[in-house]
Design a binder for this molecule. Sequence first.
Ligand code: E4P
Length: 208
Amino acid sequence: MIKFFLDTASTKDILEWSKHNLVNGVTTNPILLGKENSDPIKVLKSICKLVKGPVSAQVTEKKFEKMVKQGLNLAKLHKNIIIKIPCNLEGLKAAKILKKKKININVTLGFNPAQIVAFANLDVDYFSLILGKTEDWGFSNIDSIKSCKNIIKNMRSDTKLLVASIRNEDHLEKAIINGADVITVPPTTWDLIYKNKYSDMGLKSFFE
Ligand code: E4P
C-alpha cells in the first residue's frame, strides 16, 4: 500500500489531516520548522507524540562528521525519527556510518534517478525525489519517477521511493501511477485538491 506522509511541521495541520487517514508519517525540513516560531526540537517532539509513523528530521550540518553527530542526537528524540541526510557526497559518507549504527535515513533533495545508485547500495530507508521545486528552477523531472522506481527494483535494494514537493494534482497523480512507495504532501496541496472549483460549481447547480 502507498503511504502518505504530511509535509509539514504544524501540529494543527497534522491533527486536521489525520482525521482523513492521510498522515502515515510526517516530513519536516528547516524551513517548515522555522515557520512554527518555536524551538525546533520541541516541535519535533510534539509531532512524534501525535504521529504513529516515521517523522523526518533534517540535519543542518555540511560536513559528514557533524551530520553524523547531529543525526545521532536527533534520533534520540523518539524511536520514529528518520534522519534526513543531503543527497551529496558528504551525505553519502554520513549515511554509511548512520546505517551501520541502525539509524533510519531519508536522503533528500534527489532530482535525478542516477543519484539513487550509491544510496540504494546502502539500502537507505527512503530516497526523496523532489518534483515541484524543479519547476521553480525551470525544469521538470516528473517523468523520472518510474526510472527511480526501476533503478531501486533492478538493484534489488530495500530503499523506498518517497516522492516529495507535491504542489498540485498532477504531481500526486504521476507519483501514484508511476510507483512511489511513499508520497509526502503538504496540507496546502490537499486543500487545493479538495477545494476543486468544478466540483463546487457542479454542486452549486444542484443546490439551485
Ligand atoms: C520533503 O521532504 C520536503 O519537505 C519537500 O520537498 C519540500 O518541498 P517544497 O520545496 O515544495 O516545499
